[in-house]
Each structure stands twice: as structure tokens, then as C-alpha cells.
Write a protein that binds this ligand. Structure first.
Ligand code: GTP
Ligand code: MG
Length: 335
């Protein structure tokens, strides 16, 4: 049963936008941080290419999707075309090269779900994770970045939602709550469904970008500079959008039946995806379809305890957005 509440938006909602926008501004990384990231990326590219001339490095995750906070680490994917590559051996070899390149705290995590090498660069002070041939992550990073260029409100909404999720400790996948990637998908989907829409569904438009990676075809309209006017008919302020976002996840989302899907710009039934029961460790209590790897539910990490925590946090945020005199401070009070 869906709990529906007929609350009207508070009257002074739009007046709260400046305080949220200044929080957004304070979280955006400065240009010199971007420069440091580039510097480390270049160093890694040189070290890797000395040994493997055909390997190519890509940035992915929040350092490349434009949803990264200041002082965040960088995620790098090393792509190498080698049919009989043994990932563990390769990562150990890579770790040796990094050590000889004077990088610190080098650690190969060969048994992780996504095997990586971790390192710290003493020159820039940045930490970095390197994975191998995880090209779907590189492509979904581009999709997120392209969406961010259509309407500035996506970036503002994501920064504030991620800041809320980190402050309230509901952005910890190893504890059973959602990843940053999942929150970005929730924000995109939410803005696709506003009326008038603030974001289009890029995967439902004519194809201008088309790659096949890891046996998955990834195709969508990526000429986003042509979509700069897309959302302008919708005048909703950031505070109003935040208010509705939390209302939606607190009181209106149908957790029993619906899967959110940015691939289609709408909902899919759990029934249709066969996500109605627990299979192994995947419980499907909140369902967020990955845009390319469509059998992948980003909500799979949530269990029967953490779904409760998550929903209580959405309700808390919705109540604060409705009644609190200073929501831009109360919302982020540390858990
Ligand atoms: P922060 O580090 O919290 O700022 O966010 P992030 O954007 O780096 O996100 P996150 O660490 O959650 O994910 C990094 C990247 O991994 C994402 O941008 C995706 O490209 C990729 N990815 C693909 N599948 C998954 C998944 O199931 N879970 C997560 N967490 N990431 C995935
Ligand atoms: Mg990250």
C-alpha cells in the first residue's frame, strides 16, 4: 500500500533556494583540484604506457561525471585488449610498476568484487583506485556527465542529495544503503518525470553515440549542447525540487511494484523484470535499473533493515523540507 499524503508545498519554499545554492557552491571542487587530478592522471598514463604501450586510461566515477565533491579521490579504469589476461596477475604487475614510480600505499585488492589497485600520490596528495577493463563504468560516467549538461538543476540537486546522504550515513553500500551512482540515477529519473520535463530520456532519442562494451550495446543521443533549452519551460526552483524529491521517496514511490528506469524515462514493473523475490543476496526492496546493464538493480544492496532506515531518512527529509524554519542546516545534521 502506498502512503499518500496530500500536503501542499510550503508557501515560502522558493525563498529557501539561495541557502541551498550556497551549499552547492561550497561543495563544487576548485579549478586547482581539477588540475591536480589531471596531473596524477598524466603521471599514471606515462608509467603504464612505458610497460604496456597499448593500454589506455580513463577517468570514471565522480571525478569525471561532474558530480564529484571537492577533495574526492579519483577512479581510473585501465583498458587493455588482451584475450588471455589474468586480472590478478596483471594487477600485481601494475602494483610493482606504481611502486617503482614512487607512488605510496600501493595495494592490490585482487579478491574484491571489482579488483583494484589502490595508491596515494605524495606530490598531489590524491588517492586513486585503478580497475581493469571496467568499460561499462566509463560509458555510464559519460551518460551521467551528458545529462548534467542539459540542465544545471540536475547538478545542484545531486550535490545536495549526495551531501544529505553522506551526512545521514545512507551512502554506504557496504552497510546496505545506496551508492552515489544510485542517487544520481534517482535524481535523473525524478527530473525526467517533472511536468514540463526538466530532462529528456537520452536513450529514447536518435542515436548519436553507439559503443558495445562488455557485450552490452550502449547507444543514446549525446549531442547535449543542442538540448540546453530543454528544461526552460519548467521554472521550478531548486528548493521546490528538493521538497518534491523527498516527498516522492517518502510518500509516493510504489516500493512494492515499481522499478525506476532512466533508460526508458518511466517506470517498469518489478514483475516484468522478475525482481519480485529475493534471489541470492539480491532483495529488490528498492529498485533502480542500471541504464545499460539492465539486469543490474542498484538497490540490490538494500536489505530488510536498511530499507527501513532509508525510508525513515526520506521521511525525515520530507518533514524538514515541509516544516523546518531552516532546512538548509537541519537537513544535513550529522547522524
Ligand atoms: P562519490 O565517490 O561518492 O563521490 O561518487 P561516485 O560518483 O564516484 O560514485 P560511486 O563510487 O558510487 O561509483 C563509481 C562509478 O562506478 C559510478 O560512476 C559508475 O560508473 C560505476 N558503477 C557501475 N555499477 C555500479 C554499482 O553497482 N555500484 C556502484 N557504486 N558503482 C557502479
Ligand atoms: Mg567514487
Amino acid at each position: 500500500r502506498i502512503r499518500k499524503r496530500a500536503v501542499l508545498c510550503r508557501r515560502d519554499i522558493d525563498a529557501l533556494s539561495p541557502s541551498f545554492l550556497s551549499i552547492f557552491e561550497s561543495l563544487v571542487p576548485a579549478e586547482e583540484e581539477k588540475a591536480k587530478q589531471k596531473q596524477l592522471f598524466q603521471l599514471l598514463q606515462n608509467l603504464v604506457n612505458r610497460k604496456w604501450p597499448n593500454a589506455k586510461l580513463y577517468l570514471y566515477g565522480s571525478c569525471a561525471n561532474t558530480f564529484g565533491f571537492s577533495k574526492s579521490d579519483i577512479d581510473v579504469c585501465l583498458a587493455i585488449d588482451d584475450q588471455d589476461l589474468n586480472k590478478s596477475d596483471f594487477l600485481l604487475e601494475l602494483a610493482d610498476i606504481l611502486v617503482s614510480g614512487n607512488l605510496q600505499n600501493v595495494q592490490a585488492l585482487t579478491h574484491a568484487r571489482v579488483p583494484i589497485v589502490k595508491l596515494m600520490d605524495p606530490i598531489t596528495g590524491l588517492s586513486c583506485d585503478i580497475c581493469v577493463n571496467n568499460l561499462l563504468a566509463v560509458v555510464n560516467t559519460k551518460l551521467l556527465k551528458d545529462y548534467a549538461q542539459v540542465d544545471i538543476r540536475l547538478r545542484q540537486l545531486v550535490f545536495i542529495v549526495k551531501h544529505w546522504a553522506k551526512s545521514r550515513r545512507v551512502n554506504e553500500t557496504y552497510q546496505g544503503t545506496l551508492s552515489s551512482y544510485a542517487y544520481v540515477l534517482m535524481c535523473i529519473h525524478f527530473l525526467q518525470l517533472r511536468r514540463p520535463a526538466i530532462l529528456p530520456c537520452l536513450q529514447a532519442m536518435n542515436v548519436t553515440y553507439n559503443v558495445t562494451v562488455e557485450n552490452t550495446n550502449c547507444a543514446y543521443f549525446d549531442q547535449v549542447e543542442r538540448l540546453r533549452e530543454f528544461g526552460v519551460r519548467n521554472k521550478e526552483s531548486i528548493a521546490r525540487l528538493l521538497w518534491s524529491f523527498f516527498q516522492y521517496w517518502a510518500y509516493h514511490h510504489d516500493y512494492t511494484n515499481d522499478v525506476i528506469s532512466i533508460r526508458t524515462g518511466s517506470f517498469i514493473s518489478k514483475e516484468a523484470k522478475d525482481w519480485t523475490r529475493r534471489i541470492g543476496n539480491d532483495r529488490h526492496l528498492i529498485c533502480i535499473e542500471d541504464p545499460f546493464n539492465i539486469s543490474h538493480d542498484l538497490g540490490r544492496v538494500v536489505d530488510k533493515y536498511t530499507i527501513k532506515i532509508l525510508r525513515e531518512e526520506f521521511e525525515r527529509a520530507a518533514e524538514i523540507m515541509q516544516y523546518d524554519p531552516t532546512p538548509s542546516t537541519t537537513l544535513f545534521q550529522l547522524y
